[in-house]
Design a protein around this ligand. Structure first.
Ligand code: ZN
Length: 149
């Protein structure tokens, strides 16, 4: 049992709690009505498989949802990302994706990532980076599918 009141440890615990909460009660884990594009990606390393569906108008994602199974990192990232993606345009999502990648590589998280900042701890576990990136890959795949002629 730790007797330290270290702020860093407290923050890590808070983030851990956030991740587990999304894992247990994922948001937007459903079949999306009126989807214009879907995409499935797999991470054989830990058995994650996720399908993201988007409903788009022009360059804007009106709504996004996911289905599939996987580890807590993949599921929590997907849950947070679907919330973040709604009502955003593609350019904004690409720049957030870059900010998320930078965070995984040790850059301090930017506030515009919202709840996804809770994944900052994954930076220390390179083997799990793929889990955290999986929902992003599925989202961008779904966006590309939606925009394809
Ligand atoms: Zn995983």
């Amino acid at each position: 049992m730790s007797t330290s009141a270290d702020a860093g440890t407290g923050l890590a615990a808070l983030y851990q709690e956030r991740i587990l909460e999304h894992y247990r009660r994922p948001r937007h884990k459903e079949t999306l009505v009126g989807a214009t594009g879907t995409h499935t990606v797999k991470n054989p390393l830990c058995g994650d498989e996720i399908t993201v569906a988007v409903r788009m108008t022009g360059d804007r994602v009106d709504a996004a949802a996911f289905t599939g199974t996987g580890c807590s990192i993949t599921q929590a990232t997907a849950s947070m990302l679907m919330t973040l993606a709604a009502a955003r345009d593609v350019a904004s999502l690409r720049s957030l994706g870059e900010a998320f990648d930078a965070m995984l590589h040790g850059t301090a998280p930017v506030e515009s990532l919202g709840e996804l900042q809770a994944l900052v701890g994954v930076a220390a576990f390179p083997a799990r980076h793929k889990c955290a990136r999986l929902p992003w890959s599925a989202l961008f795949g779904a966006i590309d599918a939606s925009r394809a002629p």
